[in-house]
Structures are given as structure tokens and as C-alpha cells.
Design a protein around this ligand. Structure first.
Ligand SMILES: [Zn+2]
Ligand SMILES: [Zn+2]
Length: 147
């Protein structure tokens, strides 16, 4: 799935758009220009943006887009498990195109949020009889650029 998101990111824009249409169709979500724009933005900007960041970037491309459209589309994508809503106890919720099994590093100085692979992490013994749906790993600190 990780590879899948990366391959979408590297795809040429028209092909990516067709794949995104297919993704929406598979989830029975009505295709709209703005929904495609928002999904495309999330795939090409793996920066865990807030809804406001998405809006202010997209409104320069498509002046018709509204804040409400961004919020409603994000909620719809989250409900359909296409997008993950992340709560890092920051001012606003963050969003990313869903990809399983990864943790995050958050720089306390510049606020940058980076993905890190945690697929090798073993399940603790104490949880061996439990069913685990999600694992959340968050490292906080200072990134090399801020040191
Ligand atoms: Zn930093
Ligand atoms: Zn992430």
C-alpha cells in the first residue's frame, strides 16, 4: 500500500486522475472535479496538511472551491477509509491519503511531520491474544534542519 501511494505520486497527472476516478467509483463516491483535486493534493503533498492548508493551496488553482467543500470532502474520504485523519494534539487535525503501518516524527521546532516505516515492529507479548486494529507510533523531537 505504501508503494501504491508512491507509485500514484510518480504517475503522470492524467493517469493519476484516471486512477483516482476509479478509486472513487470503487467506493461509490460521486466523482467531482473538486473531490479529485483534493485527493490528488493529498497524494502529491505527503506533508500531513490541515484542512485549511489544503484549502488555501487549492483555491489558487480553483477559485470556486470553498472551505465547506474541502471539509465535507475530507469527512467523506475519512468515512470511506481513503484518507486518514490524524490528531497529534496540534491546533488542527491533519490529513493523509491512507497507508497502513507507519509512524510519524514531529519536529517540535518547525512542525514538520514525516512518515516512518514501522512494519518491522513486533507486537508486544502482553497483546498476543488481542486483536489490534491500529498501532500509533509518534516520535517528537527536533529535525536535523532545526538543530
Ligand atoms: Zn524542524
Ligand atoms: Zn503519515
Amino acid at each position: 500500500m505504501h508503494k501504491y501511494v508512491e507509485s500514484l505520486r510518480d504517475e503522470d497527472p492524467d493517469k493519476r486522475l484516471n486512477k483516482l476516478k476509479k478509486i472513487l467509483q470503487d467506493k461509490n463516491i460521486r466523482i467531482s472535479h473538486q473531490r479529485l483535486l483534493i485527493l490528488d493534493y493529498l497524494i502529491t503533498h505527503p506533508i500531513h496538511p490541515t484542512a485549511d492548508m489544503i484549502f488555501s493551496d487549492l483555491v489558487t488553482k480553483d477559485p470556486v472551491i470553498s472551505q465547506a467543500t474541502v471539509y465535507n470532502s475530507l469527512n467523506l474520504f475519512v468515512k470511506n477509509k481513503l484518507v486518514k485523519e490524524l490528531d497529534f494534539n496540534m491546533n488542527s487535525k491533519r490529513y493523509e491519503f491512507k497507508r497502513p503501518n507507519h509512524g510519524h516524527f514531529i519536529c517540535e521546532s518547525c512542525g514538520k511531520i514525516q512518515d516512518l516505516e514501522i512494519s518491522d515492529m513486533e507486537k508486544p507479548d502482553m497483546l498476543k491474544d488481542y486483536t489490534i486494529d491500529t498501532t500509533e507510533v509518534i516520535y517528537r523531537g527536533v529535525c536535523p534542519e532545526c538543530k
